[in-house]
Ligand binder design. Structure first.
Ligand SMILES: [Zn+2]
Ligand SMILES: [Zn+2]
Length: 193
């Protein structure tokens, strides 16, 4: 595993700027890896980890950098809960840990560095100094990962009977008489104009 500062540099580069979210995300991901005993996420432990993230904000980019889990590799799963939290799943052992940033961390940063007026700067420094226990809560969990969730899953593609588009990874909706994509089954997030 790289050092905190090395990961932070990588995260800054990937994310485009250095911010409190990068510091928080690097620490959160490193803690996850340590707890799971994964020490080479980009080398020998590659493909051993699936990470669920719960927010589409700065910290998530850092989590992806440290873990090497990416959306395009199916190793990063997004659950849009608006929470600075992530769950790290060791796919061969099934061990999983969910780590969340404590709500009190912002107030603690204020308390530690009242001399820094800029919130981002204040949190960036404090999030380096605060102990894991004061920064995060963690919980061992069990994550149900069916075969189609695994990065290497090879399954049949089906075709939506309404729109004709191909559907991978068992994301289809099967009614009694039809196979539909989620959009045609009513989960559409867009409207044709
Ligand atoms: Zn940022
Ligand atoms: Zn369809």
């Amino acid at each position: 595993m790289k050092s905190f500062d090395e990961y932070l540099r990588d995260a800054e580069q990937a994310h485009g700027h250095l911010c409190a979210g990068q510091v928080l995300g690097v620490r959160l991901a490193m803690l996850g890896l340590i707890k799971l005993g994964i020490d080479d996420p980009h080398g020998k432990d590659r493909k051993r980890l699936v990470t669920f993230v719960e927010i589409d904000r700065c910290a998530t980019d850092a989590v992806a950098v440290v873990t090497g889990c990416r959306l395009g590799k199916r190793a990063l799963k997004f659950r849009d809960w608006g929470k600075v939290a992530a769950t790290f799943v060791h796919v061969s052992s099934g061990h999983a840990i969910r780590i969340a940033a404590k709500e009190s961390s912002k107030a603690l940063a204020r308390q530690m560095h009242p001399e820094i007026a800029d919130k981002n700067q204040q949190q960036m420094l404090a999030y380096r100094e605060i102990t894991d226990d004061d920064l995060f809560t963690f919980q061992w969990v069990k994550v149900d990962l069916p075969p189609e969730e695994f990065p290497g899953y090879k399954g049949d593609r089906v075709v939506c009977e309404a729109c004709g588009e191909g559907i991978n990874f068992r994301r289809e909706v099967r009614t009694e008489e039809k196979i539909l994509c989620r959009s045609c089954a009513g989960e559409r997030y867009y409207e044709p104009v």
